[in-house]
Structure formats: structure tokens, C-alpha cells
Design a binder for this molecule. Structure first.
Ligand code: KG4
Ligand code: ZN
Length: 334
């Protein structure tokens, strides 16, 4: 049933491990860190310490759930980047020692490519070439996916990521971190046309979200000055309008990418691909424009190690291994 690969993900604030056997995910364990909630964002030093506490129990649970022992592993895979240096270091140090101890090869994985490859865990799988809109807390990219391991970035954000725009807007509304899922929740009860925010266009397929963030800040300041209860009274409509605007910025570029490449196989990936509003707009686009749309299972949208395991499987098959000299690459590109 091999190859069996243990995959570890620790690039941000999730400590995750997964076992894949012959291309099938056998376990998928994620320990979310809640130490950051009271700070309203991720504190890198606290993230590294929590990874150190979580990594052994998470790996043990992943092996247990997969019903295999350490000695059956054929390789150990780990996220090399992009991510927080200290967080990546915990996963990489662990993976290196584990691989050395078991005398099996080490496989390095790019976190952003892994988000895209989460589409190969279950059916239906996209056909090559396809376009993937990768939307997370740290990245916003339109990627041309040529095959499992060959990808080209067609456009990306020049400043904030869309997940960051969701989270910062939520913070302005007094919602706890991470606020993206909460904006999504309140937006479902609101009117997306209640308020409009100015959109600054950027050249080509690149994105910008910093202007909209400032516009939301001023909008909230002005209205709260007139009525202290403005946010509390209109939370659903404000969330719906913010979400509509952010999705509109994403969709304009995605439509442009489809038009320019002529590729109608379209996938989304990353934490923000869990957003119900974005999923609905994509479904509509599929119905009206004839796109074939691929949306990951909720458990594979936000950070997880199953996607790292899937990417590692393709690298294992190709014989693409790393040495013990492996170091984190916080700004890793394709
Ligand atoms: O991919 P991910 O788990 O971590 C990174 O690699 O960054 O993405 C996390 C981001 C956060 O900004 C979070 O607020 C956002 O994904 N997110 C959402 C939703 N679920 C997660 N944003 C909008 N709507 C959601 N339902
Ligand atoms: Zn991610």
C-alpha cells in the first residue's frame, strides 16, 4: 500500500500532520493555536512555542489514525515556506531529525503549491492546465497550473492579502481574530448593496487591497462619529457590503485571467476559499459562463497537512528529495 509519507505543516499558527499511503490520505490532524485570540493577531514567538508543544502529540495522533507505525514510513515531508521563520523552523527541525532517525528521504513542500494540490485529494480533480485563485491570510495569487509540480503565477497582490483584508476589516468592527469567517457569517443575513466602497484598479492580473482597507476605516469612523451604535445596528449590512466588495475585486481579475488564457477550468484554494459568498459567485459563473469550477472540501481550505502530504506524494513519485541541509524559506516562491 506504500509509499507511506508523513507530512508536517507548521508555517503559521496551525500545527498539522497527515499520513498519505499510495496517494490516499489516511489521517489529517490539525491543532489550532488559540493563544493568539487575545492579541487580535498572530504573535510569531508564541506560535513557535505552541508548535513545539503540539508537534509530537499531533504526529503521534496522525500515525495512530492512519493505523501505521513509524517503521512503515517511506519518507517525511515538511513545509519549507512561505511562512513565519520561527514556525517553519519547528516543523523543519522535527522533520529532519525524524527522517534521519528512520533513515528515509526528506521532501520539502511549498505551502502555496500545496494549497492548490489539495484539489487532488478527492474527486472531482481539475484537468491540466487550470487556473487557481489562491486566497489566504498571507497570499492572493492567480496561478496557471500546468501540471502537479509546474505552476506559474499570473498575478498577485501588491500589498495586503485578501484574507488580511477580511481580518483587518473584522478588527475594525470589533470582531475577534480571525474575523474572516465571522464576516462571512454576518454577511449572509445582510444586504450587500447597503454601502459601497471605492475600488482602485491595478494593472494586469495583480491585486491591491490596501486602498479598500483605508476606505472602510474612514467609512466606519465617519458613521460612528454621527451614531455611536452605527456598527452594532448595521453589522450584517456592513459585513455583506465589505464581503461583496472584496469578492468583486477577486472576481474581476479571475474573469480577466480566464479571458486572457482561454482556460475555463477554474479552482480556488486557501483559507478564503471557505467563504460562502465567494463559492456562490463562482457557482453562478459556472452556470452562466460555462466554467468548470473546483472548490476544496472545507477541511482542506484552511491550513492542514493533508495538502502537504498530497504534494509530497507527487514529489516522491518523481524522486524529488531534499538533503539534511534543508532550511526554512519564509518568502519562498515557485
Ligand atoms: O490558508 P489559511 O488557513 O492560512 C494562511 O496560509 O494564511 O488562511 C487563513 C485566512 C484568514 O485570513 C481567515 O480569516 C480566512 O482565511 N478565512 C476566511 C474564511 N475562512 C477562513 N475568510 C473569509 N471567509 C471565510 N469563511
Ligand atoms: Zn495557507
Amino acid at each position: 500500500m506504500g509509499p507511506y509519507i508523513l507530512a508536517i505543516e507548521s508555517s503559521c499558527d496551525e500545527t498539522a500532520a497527515s499520513v498519505i499511503g499510495n496517494g490516499k490520505i489516511l489521517s489529517n490532524i490539525v491543532a489550532t493555536q488559540d493563544v493568539h485570540i487575545k492579541y487580535g493577531g498572530i504573535v510569531p514567538e508564541l506560535a513557535s512555542r505552541a508548535h513545539q508543544q503540539n508537534i509530537i502529540p499531533v504526529v503521534n495522533q496522525a500515525l495512530l489514525n492512519a493505523n501505521i507505525t513509524k517503521s512503515m514510513l517511506n519518507a517525511v515531508a515538511v513545509t519549507k515556506g512561505p511562512g513565519l521563520l520561527g514556525s517553519l523552523l519547528v516543523g523543519i527541525s522535527f522533520a529532519k531529525s525524524f527522517a534521519l532517525g528512520l533513515n528515509v528521504p526528506l521532501i520539502e513542500v511549498n505551502h502555496m503549491q500545496a494549497h492548490i494540490l489539495s484539489h487532488f485529494i478527492d474527486d472531482p480533480k481539475p484537468e491540466f492546465p487550470f487556473i487557481c485563485l489562491t486566497v489566504s491570510g498571507g497570499h492572493t495569487q492567480i496561478v496557471l497550473v500546468k501540471n502537479h509540480l509546474e505552476m506559474e503565477i499570473l498575478g498577485e497582490t501588491q500589498d495586503d492579502a485578501v484574507g488580511e483584508a477580511f481580518d483587518k476589516s473584522a478588527k475594525l468592527l470589533g470582531l475577534p481574530y480571525p474575523g474572516g469567517p465571522l464576516i462571512d457569517k454576518y454577511a449572509q443575513e445582510g444586504n450587500s448593496q447597503a454601502y459601497t466602497f471605492p475600488k482602485v484598479d491595478t494593472p494586469g492580473l495583480n491585486f491591491s487591497f490596501s486602498g479598500i482597507k483605508t476606505a472602510i476605516l474612514y467609512f466606519l469612523q465617519n458613521n460612528t462619529m454621527k451614531d455611536e451604535q452605527f456598527i452594532a445596528k448595521n453589522l450584517n449590512n456592513i459585513c455583506a457590503s465589505i464581503q461583496y466588495t472584496l469578492i468583486d475585486i477577486l472576481m474581476r481579475k479571475l474573469r480577466k485571467a480566464v479571458q486572457e488564457t482561454g482556460i475555463r477550468e477554474v479552482a480556488i484554494a486557501g483559507g478564503v476559499s471557505a467563504n460562502k459568498g465567494l463559492r456562490k459567485v463562482l457557482e453562478m459563473e459556472a452556470n452562466t459562463q460555462g466554467w468548470k469550477v473546483y472548490v476544496p472540501d472545507f477541511q482542506y481550505c484552511t491550513d492542514n497537512a493533508a495538502m502537504i502530504a498530497m504534494a509530497a506524494h507527487f514529489k516522491y513519485v518523481k524522486g524529488d528529495f531534499s538533503s539534511q541541509a534543508l532550511v526554512p524559506d519564509p518568502r519562498m516562491n515557485f
